[in-house]
Design a protein around this ligand. Structure first.
Ligand code: FES
Length: 163
């Protein structure tokens, strides 16, 4: 059974020890998802699996047959950015940008979770009103590290989308 990645089916036929992260980057050419620590510590590799955020370095591609995976390439288009992408640009929510794809995937899942009372949730976009304080955003985004220290602007960007 194929994985669906950003709406397109991909058959996984490689080494069963291949992580989802390596399959996305090396098998599918989706290099927006970044490898930082490769040990579940930094969040750079965050993607959505069936709407929930996951560190793709900590899971095997073969375990996700039949799942719907969304990477940063699945957000918006160059002509029409996703509201979170627009907000990150507007607030300079990055410096080097290496952590940004994971930050945005994580923020999307967080907002969907918040919109559904913190239950797992899958949506095409943010539709329900969400109430999150800056401290709650910081806490719930704490799995995504930014070595440049752009945290304040990242929180500003997410807070704008919450409003
Ligand atoms: Fe997966 Fe750091 S590369 S958490």
């Amino acid at each position: 059974m194929p994985l669906t990645i950003n709406g397109t089916d991909h058959d996984f036929t490689g080494d069963p020890r291949t992580t989802l992260l390596d399959f996305l980057r090396d098998g599918c050419g989706l290099t927006g998802t970044k490898k930082g620590c490769d040990h579940g510590q930094c969040g750079a590799c965050t993607v959505l699996v069936n709407g929930q955020r996951i560190n793709s370095c900590l899971t095997l591609a073969v375990m996700h047959e039949g799942d719907a995976v969304t990477t940063i390439e699945g957000f918006g288009t160059p002509e029409e950015l996703h509201p979170l992408q627009e907000a990150f640009v507007r607030h300079d929510g990055f410096q080097c940008g290496y952590c940004t794809p994971g930050q945005i995937c994580s923020a999307k899942a967080m907002l969907d979770e918040a919109a559904n009372g913190w239950a797992s949730f899958v949506s095409d976009d943010i539709t329900a009103p969400v109430s999150l304080t800056r401290d709650e955003i910081r806490e719930r985004m704490s799995g995504n590290l930014c070595r440049c220290g752009a945290y304040s602007n990242i929180v500003d960007a997410i807070a704008e989308v919450v409003e």
